[in-house]
Design a protein around this ligand. Structure first.
Ligand code: OGA
Ligand code: FE
Length: 425
């Protein structure tokens, strides 16, 4: 989830697997390891019942010898819309269908394993607690061998314990996987990235999750080509521009970029009323599916099979090009970035620790102004309205633009929403 320093692209021009016979057929049987067999799916595992106004993510197969992933993706990239590309064979899902393959690659190597008392794996970064929020970490991280992870994961299921483990390891630097990397279809990914105007795919993460493990709603400031290697994953995405309906934690909180809603299947409607209006995009990923997850799109993911495996390929996008001056109109995407920048500016000018109090006070100042009253934070209100004028938000929209990014986010018990919806003590 986006720590990006020190990642190295493993041999981009390496030898490719060629005809591997992989056709993206879903793996039917997964989850045999250490002698213990688990059913491919949870008993009665069903696709979630999403609200009627949600939409299914489009699926498109990559067909033909010289088919170009870049050309297939181009209209979706232009429209900032996700798509699932079938039959890319980025990795050989046949080889990966048996856990013995990964065990052979990394069995005695140490990997990052997160352990949660529940199925929920909230991402956080303690170094980013500029706001000095009272924060209790919702999970533990440890470095352990892949073999011991697999053994312990089985043990947890056998005991019927509610706790879960989720392996999330950055792949750059794993020299022992050089031969495996050389079989991946880097040429497809690198050509797509270059041709679509992104940086090279410069950071990869391997995800191996126990059955039911969930990654809460969050967004990454990257383009992501996300390959499902083994087992099934339910996904639900929301456009970047749904920012205000997803109630992000304050930018100065360790859970920056995370939605306080957490789980779109059981939102706290009382705390987050605007979430009901957000339009989600859902699908079930099967082995062989490549998801294009556009910059900033919110994502929630759930492993429906024990030891489902995914690999993300993240690429940078160039910063908005302002060399021709301020554009005539700002897109919704740009205005969403403006919302985050505005928060950064208030934190910088008036103190990171005071951000939440200042934003809440800003809301009060707006309500006072609407009543024709003055408020002690008048200067703060004027400063942010001047900023909004620069990005051409019409004056009559200023109050609403600000209230929708303030209400429900700054005058709240944040920790209550860290473990995940419905999980708070
Ligand atoms: C990602 C991501 C989480 C998961 O690839 O950006 O958040 O559970 N993945 O796969
Ligand atoms: Fe992510």
């Amino acid at each position: 989830m986006g720590s990006n320093d020190g990642h190295r692209l493993p041999e981009a021009d390496a030898q490719l697997p060629g005809a591997s016979g992989v056709d993206g057929t879903p793996a039917e049987t997964v989850g045999t390891l250490a002698g213990a067999a688990f059913p491919a799916a949870r008993a009665g595992a069903a696709s979630p019942a999403w609200p009627a106004h949600y939409r299914r993510i489009e699926r498109v197969p990559l067909v033909g010898e010289n088919a170009s992933l870049a050309e297939l993706l181009r209209p979706f990239v232009a429209a900032e819309t996700p798509v699932i590309v079938e039959r890319t064979a980025v990795m050989d899902v046949e080889r990966w269908s048996e856990m013995s393959h990964l065990r052979g690659l990394l069995g005695d190597k140490r990997v990052l394993v997160k352990r949660s008392p529940s199925c929920f794996f909230r991402y956080y970064d303690l170094k980013k607690n500029a706001g000095r929020f009272g924060f209790e970490a919702p999970l533990e991280e440890s470095s352990r061998t892949l073999a011991s992870f697999l053994e312990e994961a089985d043990g947890i299921l056998e005991r019927g314990s509610p706790e879960r483990m989720y392996l999330q390891e950055t792949l750059s630097g794993h020299e022992e996987m050089a031969d495996e990397f050389s079989r991946w279809r880097w040429e497809l990914l690198v050509q797509a990235s270059a041709s679509l105007g992104w940086g090279l795919p410069d950071s990869n993460e391997l995800f191996v999750g126990m059955r039911d493990c969930e990654t809460p709603l969050h967004f990454d400031e990257r383009e992501n080509l996300f390959f499902q290697v083994r087992g099934r994953k339910q996904i639900c995405l929301f456009p970047f521009c749904e920012y205000t309906r997803l109630y992000p934690f304050p930018t100065t909180h360790p859970c920056d970029r995370q939605s306080m809603v957490g789980n779109p299947l059981c939102p706290d409607h009382e705390a987050f009323p605007r979430f009901a209006e957000a339009v989600g995009f859902y699908e079930e990923l099967n082995a062989g599916d490549l998801l294009y997850l556009p910059y900033g799109w919110w994502h929630w993911l759930r492993n429906d099979d024990h030891l489902a495996v995914s690999v993300s390929f993240w690429s940078k996008t160039p910063d908005a090009d302002l060399k021709n001056g301020i554009p005539a109109t700002f897109t919704e995407h740009m205005l969403t970035r403006v919302r985050r920048n505005l928060e950064h500016i208030v934190a910088q000018r008036y103190g990171a620790e005071a951000l939440a109090a200042n934003m809440a006070a800003l809301g009060e100042a707006i309500r006072a102004a609407r009543e024709g009253d003055t408020h002690p934070k008048q200067d703060l209100l004027q400063m942010v309205m001047d900023l909004l004028a620069v990005v051409k938000v019409p004056a009559e929209r200023h109050h609403e633009f600000l209230l929708e990014m303030i209400d429900g986010r700054f005058d709240i018990d944040w920790q209550r929403h860290v473990p995940g919806s419905g999980l708070a003590a």
